[in-house]
Ligand binder design. Structure first.
Ligand code: ADP
Length: 448
């Protein structure tokens, strides 16, 4: 059982992980870049080590520097957070080889799920419904590719097997555009992911993004902790998330949840994970699995009443889950807004010094953030500076609380997307629930 954790991340999630560690009485070792010297979790760490300059490739992505820091400080475990090295199988392997615990699933599970074709194949074998299309990468023969697309039926989407972050995808609406789209996606995938393998599947025209949170221990027990709806996206990036996914029958969610939990047992998955689905016309279609803690985990924490990060660390320590599926109940409704340092109209990043910082408060309101007045938002990283999370007895109650909280919150010195969040919170379609993944972009195009 480890007693110290090296947090290989930055920003709000470094602070969130540090809090979970401290609640368990564990020592925290923080690694930071020169740009994050003044972050609150650096100050609160038992040991803090500067691992390099601001550019992530020379700090948060530098595996050797992180492993060296772990070795020098006597860290016994590594928490990768999300982004950076969180889904890097090689890093997980190196952590274990160094004699440390990687707080996450096995490198083998990360590797399988990191290849979307392998993931789809594994999930289909485990009885999880997938988007129609072959569980195989595309052959070189153009005639065979045409045949496959024809069998699926247009529109189809060409996707990079090694893709991520919303990149390496192309929609094809007619046969004439198929081979060009394939060539461009292949080339893009080769450059971005060093893997030119691509596959095709049916393009769903009006799906919602619904995901299932799972938690599994190393003793064969796996639970699903409810659903989240993350349909409100811009450029495949989530903007607002909520739990549970509104308007889907409990029995339908439970059925898919059970399948996800069973799939975890089948692939001997350990730790936290998320099964992402597209949900269209009453049916779920698996798209990918994230083998890590997610940005939007708080909405599940608020509705399930479970400290997910603490549970993740406990199962990594080898503990058995004491919770059973019968203990998991969804209570009320929660929303999360990703507050970004960006221009609310052009979405251009807006780094700089925060001069004013007013946070909302009261019953059912939570803010996860590492920022504050006097904090300088670095241009080197993701622009998210805070997550505003609210909980209410039901969706209408939570939405009313969200509107108040957004009104109370103010940030000055830099621009943020708070005005966009306030508009969305008042939007009639969003308010009535269950918008599809294209809704936000449609509204933005209309100038709303
Ligand atoms: P990434 O790993 O890059 O996030 P995903 O496979 O999770 O890629 O897909 C990201 C987003 O792309 C989804 O949330 C959805 O908006 C869209 N998408 C992916 N596959 C399909 C599909 N078959 N039909 C329609 N939209 C899709």
């Amino acid at each position: 059982m480890f007693e110290s954790v090296l947090i290989a991340n930055r920003g709000e999630i470094a602070l969130r992980i540090q809090r979970a560690c401290r609640s368990l009485g564990l020592r925290t070792i923080v690694v930071y870049s020169e740009a994050d010297r003044d972050a609150p979790y650096v100050e609160r760490a038992d040991v803090a080590v500067c691992i390099g300059p601001p550019a992530a490739t020379h700090s948060y992505l530098d595996q050797a520097a992180i492993l060296l820091a772990a070795n020098a400080t006597g860290a016994e475990a590594v928490h990768p957070g999300y982004g950076f090295l969180a889904e890097n199988a090689l890093f997980a392997e190196r952590v274990v080889e160094a004699g440390l615990t990687f707080i996450g699933p096995s490198a083998a599970c990360i590797r399988t799920m990191g290849d979307k074709v392998a993931a789809k194949k594994a999930m289909r074998a485990a009885g999880v419904p997938c988007v129609p299309g072959p569980d195989a990468t595309l052959p070189d023969d153009p005639e065979a590719v045409r045949r496959l697309a024809h069998e699926i039926g247009y529109p189809v989407i060409v996707k990079a097997a090694g893709g991520g972050g919303g990149r390496g995808m192309r929609i094809v609406t007619e046969e004439a555009a198929l081979l060009d789209a394939l060539a461009v996606t292949r080339e893009e995938a080769r450059r971005a992911f060093d893997n030119g393998e691509v596959y095709i599947e049916k393009f769903l025209t009006h799906p919602r993004h619904v995901e299932i949170q799972v938690l599994a221990d190393g003793h064969g027990q796996a639970l699903w902790l409810g659903s989240r709806d993350c349909s409100l996206q811009r450029r495949h990036q989530k903007v607002i998330e909520e739990a549970p996914a509104p308007g889907i029958a409990d029995a339908l969610v439970a059925e898919i949840g059970e399948r996800c939990a069973r799939a975890c047992q089948q692939i001997e998955y350990q730790g936290l994970g998320t099964f992402e689905f597209l949900f269209e016309d009453g049916a779920f279609y698996f798209i990918e699995m994230n083998t890590r803690l997610q940005v939007e985990h708080p909405v599940t924490e608020m509705t399930a009443g479970i400290d997910i990060v603490q549970q993740q660390i406990r199962v990594a320590r080898g503990e058995r889950l004491t919770l059973t599926q019968a203990d998991i109940r969804c209570r009320g409704h929660a929303f999360e807004c990703r507050i970004n340092a960006e221009n609310p109209n052009t979405f251009a990043p807006s780094p700089g010094r925060i001069t004013g910082w007013e946070l909302p408060g009261g019953y059912g309101v939570r803010v996860d953030s590492h920022a504050g007045a006097g904090y300088t938002v670095s241009p080197h990283y993701d622009s998210m500076i805070a997550k505003l999370i609210v909980h209410g007895d039901n969706r209408a109650d939570a939405l009313a609380r969200l509107r108040l909280a957004l009104d109370e919150m103010s940030v000055s010195g830099i621009s943020t997307n708070l005005p966009l969040h306030r508009r969305i919170a008042l939007d009639p379609a969003f308010s009535s629930g269950a918008v599809d993944i294209h809704y936000l972009e449609r509204r933005l195009r209309e100038g709303a």
